[in-house]
Design a protein around this ligand. Sequence first.
Ligand SMILES: NC(=O)c1ccc[n+]([C@@H]2O[C@H](COP(=O)([O-])OP(=O)(O)OC[C@H]3O[C@@H](n4cnc5c(N)ncnc54)[C@H](O)[C@@H]3O)[C@@H](O)[C@H]2O)c1
Length: 345
Amino acid sequence: MHLLITGNTGFIGPVMTRLAKAWGHEVTGLDVGYFKDNIPAGRADIPPDRQIWRDIREVQASDLDGVDAIIHLAGLSNDPMGALNAQLTYDINLDSTIRLGELAKQAGIGRFVFASSCSIYGAAGESPAPLDETAPFNPVSAYAVSKVKSEEGLSALADDHFSPVFMRNATAYGVSPRTRFDLVLNNLAGWAHTANIVKVMSDGTPWRPLVHIEDISRAALSAATAPRATVHNQAFNIGRDDANYQVRDIAEAVRDAFRNAVLEITGETGGDSRSYRVSFDKALTRLPGFAPEWTLEKGVEEIARFLREGGLSDQTFDSRLFIRLKQLQHLMDSKTVDGNLRVLA
Ligand SMILES: NC(=O)c1ccc[n+]([C@@H]2O[C@H](COP(=O)([O-])OP(=O)(O)OC[C@H]3O[C@@H](n4cnc5c(N)ncnc54)[C@H](O)[C@@H]3O)[C@@H](O)[C@H]2O)c1
């Protein structure tokens, strides 16, 4: 199958590209390249068979030539990025997603796998049972709103020939050619390694389900290739039922992996309003071929190894090499992009 993976030069994209190629697919990548060079020394990118460097806001029908299915990852990822400029998040994450869906439908591409997020459940509070795909949305950021509205807009395009699938991914962790330290597990591990402190600013109680980027990738590839009837216009929470953690559990697992690190739960910011405990039963039972392979313990070991082998200092780990917002700010300050993140010639 010929897959178009948008956002292929981010955190998840290269790992998905590696797996897609290993599963025998041909991959075209499309990305504007904000993080193109953010690869630490000693790590190598995973190139697709064909790379299109393009802003998703300017995607063209010809970019979809010969494509059988789309996995759409491109966008401003994460809540803090939405705080940068909410309108920009809507332009890039929402409007461009719907336009890409329309172009895909016109081109006769039957499968459109969208990277949504469990953050759409947002401030779910203490629900009596884990939230399944029918739970109400409570988005608390522009990012999460963009995911809710993208799902709605793509769903409106669904018909006998066009099947959108919504992958509501838990919070990601893992090591990629472009590893991130702005996500909870990786971030806590980074501080444990560089400063011997695992510092939780909230009271540690919010629920935050976690999933490894390889398992996100496997789920998306399964959705791209599954029989139509099993996934047509369906949402799937992507994670595992035994990986619903409270932030303090994640912090303790990290502290245990770094012998000299001290755990500090400051409670400065009180309870984070984002808290959701999620059921992953539907994907585990109804998404053909999907079986998550990673656990928190294995993930902590992987990131600890990455930090030790890389010998990262605190300045490096907390720099634009690994922190998305800092890289976007750098691109604007250096006039590589304008205030709307459009690449300047
Ligand atoms: N990382 C997570 O915890 C997580 C969880 C749930 C869902 N997701 C979703 O999965 C997708 C991929 O996440 P990620 O962690 O790899 O994000 P990332 O920020 O590392 O990568 C996103 C990629 O999209 C590209 N991009 C951004 N704006 C673009 C534009 N205007 N035109 C073309 N390309 C553009 C970037 O250059 C980047 O390579 C995102 O849609 C994200 O919302 C991520």
